[in-house]
Design a protein around this ligand. Structure first.
Ligand SMILES: C[S@@+](CC[C@H](N)C(=O)[O-])C[C@H]1O[C@@H](n2cnc3c(N)ncnc32)[C@H](O)[C@@H]1O
Length: 324
């Protein structure tokens, strides 16, 4: 039950330390070595991502913001939603555009921010109940790949997955994830998916290699998070930030490249991690889509596409879909 503050927060992370250790161990033992992207996002990582969204090179955030501004009233009218569930909600900066439209339509009742980063879910919940009178917030601190069943039922729901975060998943994982969202939704619920579109490679690579070095700090934050999660002591200066476009897979790939041969004991994982000079650990993929690819993905997961919105330069897409 929501208390007098109109806020309820359920926490589902930290409940299975063995699973956490297993997934990090599996990633470090795979070839190439990789780490789950969600480990960027402790409180510091979430704050760094907010800074990235303000960078001149990082066009996706402001493009999606503007696109939402132009389309939010239409989305709200088409969906009739009074409940907004947002996966990977982060700072909910752009979400406020949807809230404003829901408020104008006198339809704003409940917000369900769902994010792996506990600090930001709590902060956003507090901010939003203060900003939007009468709004109830039921936050879920969880892994959207594991804890979707904890999304509360009821209301006319719009489930939003913005920021191009779908691009962090490989093709099979993305389809499986959208299918699991579909399963959790009720008939008549709508889904709003924000995707980054394929565009000029120079522009794409610049967005992940900003001149202020914030993306590099964000990338290295994953090593600091691992320090607190599994006690692994990394020398951050021994790694270099790499972001490049993979033409075959239509995605930016972000790596930490070892500057030297190194061996890092990780007793909690029963692992002695060895990296040779130049070896790369994959920390994030950011897949860029075309409209037909997005529609194939949505219909493959069961959804009926309803509307497609894009900006004049076709940098970003918002796909509105419905559970059949
Ligand atoms: C690229 S940011 C996008 C944030 C926000 N939606 C926006 O558009 O600015 C990805 C967000 O998803 C969250 N996230 C990443 N992986 C997650 C996971 N497996 N489960 C839940 N949240 C996750 C991160 O904490 C972060 O807030």
């Amino acid at each position: 039950m929501l208390d007098q503050s109109n806020i309820l927060i359920d926490v589902h992370v930290h409940t299975d330390p063995d699973r956490v250790k297993q997934e990090i161990r599996n990633g470090l033992l795979s070839s190439p070595k990789k780490l789950p992207t969600k480990y960027f996002y402790d409180d510091r990582g979430s704050a760094l991502f907010e800074q990235i969204c303000e960078l001149p090179e990082y066009y996706p955030a402001r493009t999606e913001f503007q696109l939402l501004k132009n389309t939010a009233d239409d989305v709200v009218a088409q969906t009739g939603a009074d409940t907004l569930v947002e996966l990977g909600s982060g700072a909910a900066t752009k979400t406020r555009v949807l809230f404003d439209a829901m408020s104008r339509a006198k339809q704003l009742r409940l917000y369900v921010p769902f994010d792996v980063s506990e600090g930001i879910v709590r902060r956003v919940a507090q901010e939003l109940v203060e900003e939007y009178q009468g709004l109830q917030v039921h936050g879920i601190v969880g892994d959207f790949l594991a804890h979707l069943e904890h999304i509360p039922e009821g209301g006319k729901r719009l489930v939003a997955f913005l920021g191009g975060t779908i691009g962090n998943l490989g093709p099979e994982e993305a389809l499986a994830f959208l299918s699991s969202i579909y399963e959790e939704m009720g008939h008549g619920d709508f889904f709003l998916l924000g995707v980054q579109l394929t565009t000029d490679v120079n522009r794409l690579e610049a967005a992940y290699n900003d001149s202020a070095g914030i993306t590099e700090t964000f990338n290295k934050n994953i090593l600091s998070v691992l320090q607190s999660v599994i006690g692994a002591e990394f020398d951050l200066d021994a790694f270099e930030h790499i972001a490049r476009f993979n033409h075959e897979q239509h995605r930016i790939e972000i790596y930490l490249r070892s500057r030297r041969d190194q061996a890092i004991p990780i007793p909690e994982l029963d692992l002695h991690l060895r990296l040779h000079e130049g070896e790369e650990i994959l920390t994030e993929i950011s897949t860029k889509y075309t409209r037909p690819q997005v529609e194939t993905l949505l219909t493959g997961a069961g959804f009926s596409p309803v509307e497609w919105y894009t900006d004049p330069d076709h940098l970003h897409g918002l796909a509105l879909a419905k559970k059949r």
